[in-house]
Design a protein around this ligand. Sequence first.
Ligand code: FES
Length: 129
Amino acid sequence: MTQHTLFVCVLCRSSKSAQEKTESSAGQSLFEQLQQGLAACDWPEAIHLHPVRCLGACGHACVVALAAPTKLTFILSQLSTASVPELLQFSGQYVACAEGRVPYKERPEVVRQGIHAVLPPLPVPNVEP
Ligand code: FES
């Protein structure tokens, strides 16, 4: 069974939460909401939720990356806890699609608006010159 991983940056801070330094970060809140949302899904074992400390797109918080072997990697930004239902919807679509190629028109709006980068599947096939 293919391992699908949703990496969530738990250090991301929205501009509002940056002012509230005693509160947990926006990324940590997003991670916790995704944990709860996944637990309530019919397919919680299909996605491994993994916290990370920065995905290199700090100016575009909150940031997550959805990845699996032989599938596209989606780096999504500009997210918040309000994005959780659509992120979970997209995660389910990603699990179900070969190479993670969820048709653009079928992607939730949060995903269409929040694509920061899409990386090709690994491993890359050898191409003879
Ligand atoms: S702190 Fe979240 S991407 Fe860098």
